[in-house]
Write a protein that binds this ligand. Structure first.
Ligand code: GRF
Length: 207
């Protein structure tokens, strides 16, 4: 019998890397049958890179300054991910907007986690936006990445309450706990080939 193919992940990071850590932990515990083929950071010295070293995950710092423009940088990223045979690209606090060419190269194979209940509060500082808007409920969203920033089909969401005494930090922390639960879960659904798209709706097949 042919060996079951294991999903190879390319994880893009820029900073702290706590979502990357949640993915590493799920892979290590066996909850997520996948392999992190490579983690790529656009920031030297990102704490995420140290997490990789600790867990024996291959990591690369790809320096934007080494490329003449964004297009050339994205192309280097595509080549690197292809060289590592990445099946799925997971954005985990990656602070650069991916260009059209990248999205096309990995169409339907890029996912992101965002700290709001999309389509509310896309873009930067989602938790601050939610607090300033006065919502009573916020949360996080795992979605496929398309050209429109934070606009692709939604895979999973998790809601949290917003309390009157919250500030950006307390709300972010409450949301982050959910991020660490739903991101590996969404990747697991992909690894188990349980997602299909119907228009912009993601259908989850329950076994
Ligand atoms: C998370 O809040 C994530 O939703 C957003 O950026 C943050 C990254 O945090 N896209 P970390 O680097 O995974 O700790």
């Amino acid at each position: 019998m042919a060996e079951e193919k294991i999903l190879r992940l390319g994880v893009l990071v820029s900073g702290r890397g706590s979502n990357l850590q949640a993915i590493i932990d799920s892979v290590e515990s066996g909850g997520l049958r996948a392999k992190i083929a490579v983690a790529v950071s656009n920031k030297a010295g990102a704490p995420a890179l140290e997490r990789c070293r600790k867990h024996g995950v291959e990591s690369v710092f790809l320096d934007p300054k080494a490329y003449p423009d964004k297009g050339r940088y994205d192309r280097a990223l595509i080549d690197l991910l292809n060289a590592k045979s990445a099946d799925l690209v997971c954005l985990a606090g990656y602070m650069r907007v991916l260009g059209k060419e990248f999205i096309q190269a990995f169409r339907g194979r890029v996912v992101n986690i965002h700290p709001s209940l999309l389509p509310a509060f896309p873009g930067l500082d989602a938790q601050r936006q939610a607090l300033e808007h006065g919502v009573r409920i916020s949360g996080c969203t795992v979605h496929f990445v398309e050209e429109e920033v934070d606009g692709g089909p939604i895979i999973l969401q998790s809601a949290v309450p917003v309390y009157p005494a919250d500030d950006v930090e307390t709300l972010s922390q409450r949301i982050l706990e959910q991020e660490h639960r739903v991101y590996p879960e969404a990747i697991r659904l992909i690894a188990e080939d349980r997602l299909t798209l119907s228009g912009r709706k993601v259908i989850i097949r329950n076994d």
